[in-house]
Design a protein around this ligand. Sequence first.
Ligand code: NAI
Length: 399
Amino acid sequence: MAKIVLLEKIHQSAVEHLQAEGFTDIVQMPTALKPDELKRVLADVDMVGIRSATHVSADTLQQLPRLKAIGCFCIGTNQVDLTAAAAQGIPVFNAPFSNTRSVAELVIAQAILLLRRIPEKNAKTHRGQWDKSAQGAYEVRNKVLGIIGYGNIGAQVGILAESVGMRVNYYDVESKLPLGNARPMPTLDDLLATADIVTLHVPGGSTTENLMTAERIGLMKPTAVLINASRGGVVDIDGLNTALREKRLAGAALDVFPAEPKNEKEEFISPLRGLDNVILTPHIGGSTEEAQENIGREVSDKLARFLKAGTTRWAVNFPEIRHLVKEAKSRVLHVHRNEPGVIARMNADFAASGMNIVAQHLQTRGPIGYVMTDVDAVIPADLLQKLRSEPATIRCELI
Ligand code: NAI
């Protein structure tokens, strides 16, 4: 039975899901572990679950020959040396979709609050002012929501927006199936010129850096508002600041920033602080109890499927093989260096042992190859030994 360690107070939903899948040897620990402790605690462990505070380096991985999979119970995976893990035959899983709904709901709330001028009304009321004016306050019904980046989050925002009566336009660099009554816009500029609310849901990185330049912000209607819950680098903050102060834009809601404090002690610095028509939140778009629970389930499900069937779909560093129910008696999981002749030699070994292969699935990713072989017989120990000693073999497991 596989031994599993879950660190950093991973949600109980993970334990429940793993237990329901038949894994009972689960140890939970409340904190992250330092490299030396990791090596000691994980020496005889098959699978570890971590969050963002546990760093798994190449050096640590080398000391953990038994480790078969790593689950990052969060979105980011840069706390793990992914290349070193793949080179050791260890797939790494995370939870890219578990907080989609949380972000989408926040965006809808922000759209309604901004159009009703609630941030200003709230700030004034806190200061003792009683401003009952309806001027500049609108319903979202029949307003145009412009979504930039119609992926997992963007598309879900569109669905929720239609349910409160908004009209949805979107712009994506890829051709995307419109959901509900959403309409694709031919260009980003068209989207900006027609939207009452613009919301960004693009990935971060060099291709979207400063996507919303001062010039593009200038294309938006002066009555429109801008929402960014994607990545901080996507919006030119100085350009946005100027547009807001010059009243060329009615308001904004930002959950992500080009520079974010690393911890609670560090001060948040931004030119947008103090602006009454701006909602600022500390990168909590995806931070809900439900998202934590979903993350527990999503990652533990990926780990359970890997341990029970060798499934690597959605692994972030590994050749992906989709879930295939194990129907034959034996399944051999073989991770190898991606070079010519490995499969031919391997299949010759199966044939020499009189084994008939009933299904075989191969995927490669960079220098790593992963092949899943189903045989309707018990695999003899000497065949397994032979496969393991093949020079290109990184890892060979039987399930
Ligand atoms: P996704 O990958 O499903 O969708 C991104 C979409 O943007 C894709 O359809 C892609 O084709 C499109 N795209 C890429 N470059 C574009 C461009 N230049 N112009 C227009 N469209 C472009 O990603 P998902 O899961 O929807 O996440 C979206 C963003 O939300 C990411 O940046 C992610 O980091 C962020 N996020 C923020 C959270 C928060 O707490 N605020 C929580 C979760 C995700």
